[in-house]
Write a protein that binds this ligand. Structure first.
Ligand SMILES: [Zn+2]
Length: 317
């Protein structure tokens, strides 16, 4: 903008009697300009020196800008890309609102509240939330070591948000028809070592099986790790099949700890997760692992700023 035009505009603005709402709107608008540039700079900086996302070729050259990001052209596959190609944030728009939206993620806002706060439509808010959370929650420990606690928690299966239900509608916070754990329950398996490294898995419906434990934990238990669990047969079978050192508490007989042997760190995680879930008023089964991943990120507390979350989400895995 020419200086003169800006000066005139500024003079005109300065003569206005601005209401509190006007000032808030102006502040929000200016922050948007600032945050868009900040967001773009962070993304570009994080992607510096990355090879081509399609063929891993390091021979690339710059070729202009598109959608506000530097474009690169790969000399190997001849295709072009930008810093977000191959990341979960690719092709999402309105970058000027992303950092503000990540703050909403840190504040655990529901979709509607986040939409109102940031000034985007509810459907955008919904899409962003799931995309941003799953992107950030990819930061998972690759291994759990030494003493590793594992236990499941169960939540009633929910078709929240589905257009058609394959069962009669249930009132909010309903109860299962059958006693005990059944196909009416989603199983969330959580494993945590004594350093606090935590992994969460949605194993499906019904009680966890030895095969599911193998699929989830088989590759992440460090050599020499000792597994602590309750006395469920699935854990004993899984540990026996793999020769994993295993100790368990007899929870069904009321035993919570035997010296060092307990699963209270995992159970504490379950309790915090379920307490946090309450304000979402039920979560759809298909998104359960998004929420547990979200909670894991919040509970670990090392991605604790919008910038840290953005950088984690913009990584290429
Ligand atoms: Zn390439």
């Amino acid at each position: 903008m020419a200086d003169l035009a800006f000066d005139q505009l500024f003079a005109a603005l300065a003569m206005q009697q601005l209401s509190i709402d006007d000032v808030a709107q102006l502040r929000y608008w200016i922050a948007g300009i600032d945050q868009g540039a900040q967001c773009r700079a962070l993304i570009e900086e994080a992607a510096k020196g990355r090879p081509c996302p399609r063929c891993d070729c390091a021979r690339v050259h710059r070729c202009g800008q598109a959608s506000g990001l530097q474009r690169f052209r790969c000399l190997g596959c001849k295709r072009s890309y930008n810093a977000l190609t191959g990341t979960p944030l690719a092709r999402l728009r309105k970058r000027e609102h992303w950092l503000a939206y990540f703050q909403c993620v840190l504040d655990s806002l529901v979709v509607r509240a986040a939409a109102a706060k940031v000034g985007v439509h509810r459907t955008t808010s919904f899409r962003w939330r799931h995309r941003f959370i799953t992107a950030a929650a990819r930061q998972r420990p690759s291994e759990l070591g030494d003493i590793v606690e594992a236990d499941e928690t169960y939540l009633l299966v929910s078709q929240k948000g589905a257009r058609t239900l394959n069962r009669p509608a249930r009132r909010r916070g309903g109860v299962a028809h059958r006693r005990g754990i059944s196909a009416e329950h989603d199983c969330l398996l959580v494993s945590r070592d004594r350093c606090g490294r935590t992994l969460d898995f949605h194993t499906g419906q019904g009680p966890v099986t030895a095969a599911q434990l193998d699929a989830c934990l088989g590759k992440v238990l460090a050599p020499g790790a000792t597994l602590f669990s309750d006395g469920a047969a699935a854990y004993r079978r899984f540990a026996g099949q793999h020769g994993i050192a295993h100790a368990w508490v007899n929870a069904s007989a009321g035993e919570h700890a035997r010296g060092d042997v307990h699963i209270q760190n995992v159970n504490g995680w379950h309790a915090r997760f379920k307490g946090w879930l309450i304000h979402f008023r039920g979560v759809a089964s298909k998104y359960l692992v998004h929420y547990s991943g979200w909670w894991r990120v919040l509970d670990e507390n090392w991605l604790d700023t919008p910038t840290a979350l953005l950088l984690a989400a913009a990584r290429r895995n």
